[in-house]
Design a binder for this molecule. Structure first.
Ligand SMILES: Cc1ncc(COP(=O)(O)O)c(C=O)c1O
Length: 435
């Protein structure tokens, strides 16, 4: 589609510099800590930067121990393995600790959230999304326990920085004796009213994980952390992340190990970022609120949250188009097609228009149960199995909240360096899509 000759966009100029979805924001001290480490020759997976960021993040999140790792995915992998060993015992080398086991997983999330289940030989069962916070639906989770009562592990992500319904999820988990691996990769700085107290995400799981990937609210270019109140678990993760070396004069191994420890240079960048975490959250919140008021009158809503029970970090601002304002839009496996219609639009059209004007948006995470790699895995909605519910002869159940949000939603440019004027232009581009 050629937006240059589209009269709806007359008078709008492309951005000179690209407007990003969410890019790193450096402040200066990052460089100082990295250079100090290089000068002192602490260019390894030990050093003062790692010690500092572990202590600072543990104190910020409100947990006793934090273990710096190479990335959030590594943290999720080791968390899944810890949980699996607690539930099912150690596995021989070459056999995953989750072999033959089901794990209930968030469905609408990045695949890194749930791939660790497969790394450990387990089978992910996907739990549908609720419309109030776009996270795992506690009612669908309860249904999943009815269908698969032997399951004992839940992998739960807080999407786009909005905390999941933790009280409800924990109640269901407790009722079935299940453990929770909390994926707070996107939600560092977000808070949840949990058991009557305001708590940081990253302190709400039996095992919790965060990410410092380049697009996150603060970054180390890469990096992740495992968070826990258990010294034993923290020490186990330290051991596994450094190749599982035993206490012997030579390299002696009784367990499979990984090269997952954080670099002291990466930790230097994170150390420079931590003092700016709250400032980034405030900037992201202002962006969310500006979009919300800028879209007034349009047939759209923003990614929702419950202000009584959650304080998101507003990592990504998203919008959802009202069903009756959806222009025709279809997606294949790798391509898509949309048509413009008066007063209507679609994620395909809006993302292409943003791209035309040099701004980066993104589709909502395509739900895991729709991904080719996981298409034969069970998918559970609040009504039961979400597979094969339609009927050629009589009306059937096709409940699939995640698929619906994927179809009607999109992530907006949410970079904290975007000026209010630039954001107004993004808003104007979106508005014109509905003309
Ligand atoms: C929800 C979620 N989980 C896990 C990850 C993986 O983190 P990392 O990229 O640090 O491995 C990411 C992001 O990258 C994510 O968004």
């Amino acid at each position: 589609m050629d937006f240059s000759n589209d009269p709806r966009f007359k008078g709008i100029k492309p951005f000179q510099g690209r407007i990003w979805l969410s890019s790193p924001t450096m402040h200066g001290d990052e460089q100082r800590y990295v250079i100090e480490a290089i000068r002192a020759n602490w260019v390894s997976t030990v050093g003062a930067n790692i010690d500092e960021v572990e202590a600072q993040i543990a104190s910020y999140v409100g947990c006793k121990y934090a273990v710096g790792l190479s990335c959030g995915t590594a943290s999720l992998h080791l968390a899944a393995r810890l949980a699996a060993e607690r539930l099912y015992g150690q596995a021989p080398a070459g056999k995953g600790t989750l072999a033959g086991r089901r794990v209930f997983c968030s469905d609408m999330t990045f695949d890194a959230s749930i791939n660790p289940v497969a790394y450990e030989g387990g089978e992910a069962v996907f739990i549908d999304t609720e419309p109030d916070s776009w996270n795992m639906d506690p009612a669908a989770l309860e249904k999943a326990f009815e269908l698969y009562p032997d399951t004992k592990l839940i992998m739960l992500a807080h999407l786009y920085g909005t905390p999941a319904k933790m009280d409800e999820i924990r109640a269901v988990a407790d009722a079935h004796g299940a453990l929770i691996v909390e994926d707070a990769a996107e939600s560092l700085g977000a808070m949840s009213l949990y058991k009557g107290q305001w708590r940081q995400t990253g302190s709400l799981g039996d095992y919790s994980c965060i990410s410092f990937n380049g697009n996150k609210i603060i970054t180390g270019s890469t990096g992740g952390m495992f968070l826990t109140d258990s010294l034993e678990d923290a020490n186990k993760v330290r051991k596994w992340s450094t190749q599982s070396r035993e206490d012997a004069p030579w390299y002696q191994h009784e367990e499979i190990g990984y090269n997952y420890r954080m670099s002291n240079l990466v930790a230097g960048v994170i150390r420079g970022q931590i003092p700016h975490l709250d400032e980034h959250v405030a900037q992201k919140k202002a962006i969310y609120e500006r979009y919300k008021s800028g879209f007034e009158g349009l047939p759209v809503s923003m990614n929702p949250f419950d202000p009584q029970k959650t304080r998101p970090n507003f990592w990504l601002s998203c919008l959802l188009i009202d069903e009756n304002a959806m222009a025709p839009f279809v997606r294949g496996e790798r391509d898509q097609l949309w048509r413009s219609e008066n007063g209507k639009s679609s994620p395909g059209e809006i993302l292409a228009a943003l791209q035309h004007f040099n701004a980066e948006g993104r589709p909502i995470w395509k739900p895991m149960h729709m991904q080719p790699i996981y298409r034969n895995h069970a998918f559970i909605t609040r009504n039961g199995s979400g597979r094969g519910g339609s009927n050629a002869y009589i009306a059937g159940d096709t409940t699939d909240v995640g698929a619906d949000i994927f179809r009607r939603g999109l992530c907006l440019p949410s970079d904290n360096k975007m000026s209010p004027e630039e954001q107004d232009r993004v808003i104007e581009i979106v508005r014109r899509c509905f003309e």
